[in-house]
Design a protein around this ligand. Structure first.
Ligand SMILES: CC(C)(COP(=O)(O)OP(=O)(O)OC[C@H]1O[C@@H](n2cnc3c(N)ncnc32)[C@H](O)[C@@H]1OP(=O)(O)O)[C@@H](O)C(=O)NCCC(=O)NCCS
Length: 181
């Protein structure tokens, strides 16, 4: 069976939410507590259907089985669900000036370390470059950092995302230049 990469569709949302939850609960367990992960699922780790409308969010599937997801964005929002974003967060970036965003990469634990994250990154980088962007930016989990570093992203800022109450999630803002073809 071979993997296929395709644009995400609205009817994928339920399966994508399940994929994100199992990916986060398993692959992030060495890095964050169960309380941090539970608080982040559905808010920080979530499906942003605005990207579906933009055609910039993708699913990787092996037959009918979803094995990974991820995308890029031409809008300001750096992470999280679409619900509740302000109109400023949803406003379009200027490719000549602003970095494209890399958004919500999640791989099913059964398919980890088989190149799915890398395939999604190559696809997103090419699409952002084709759209005229010259830089890319993202907010990485501590688990995601090695993937992005392997693609030339450098850490620019260490942040703690508030998760409610006293809980926070340490993450890393990273950026890279895209080579001009
Ligand atoms: C981060 C994530 C998307 C990586 O997906 P993946 O399909 O397993 O990654 P790939 O197999 O494409 O890895 C490509 C390269 O990235 C690096 N890499 C990926 N995962 C790594 C890990 N756990 N440890 C060290 N390096 C890693 C390696 O250089 C790897 O190349 P190699 O396997 O030839 O050494 C996946 O671990 C995941 O879903 N994590 C949980 C959710 C998450 O944190 N997402 C990031 C949100 S910002």
């Amino acid at each position: 069976m071979t993997f296929a990469l395709r644009p995400a569709r609205l009817e994928d949302v339920t399966e994508l939410e399940a994929l994100i939850a199992v990916s986060a609960r398993t692959l992030l367990a060495p890095w964050y507590s169960p309380a941090q992960i539970d608080a982040a699922i559905g808010s920080v780790f979530a499906v942003d259907t605005q990207l579906f409308d933009d055609g910039t969010y993708f699913v990787v599937a092996e037959g009918a089985t979803m094995s990974g997801c991820g995308g890029w964005s031409r809008r300001k929002t750096l992470f999280g669900a679409g619900r509740g974003h302000t109109s400023d967060a949803e406003s379009a970036l200027d490719p000549a000036r602003d970095p494209a965003r890399i958004r919500a990469f999640f791989v099913h634990p059964a398919y980890a370390r088989r190149g799915i994250g890398a395939a999604l990154m190559r696809h997103c980088q090419q699409a952002a470059s084709d759209a005229g962007f010259r830089t890319m930016e993202l907010v990485a989990t501590l688990a995601g950092q090695p993937l992005y570093a392997a693609f030339g992203f450098a850490a620019v800022e260490h942040l703690k995302i508030p998760l409610g109450g006293t809980l926070t999630m340490p993450v890393v803002r990273m950026s890279k230049h895209i080579a001009v073809p």
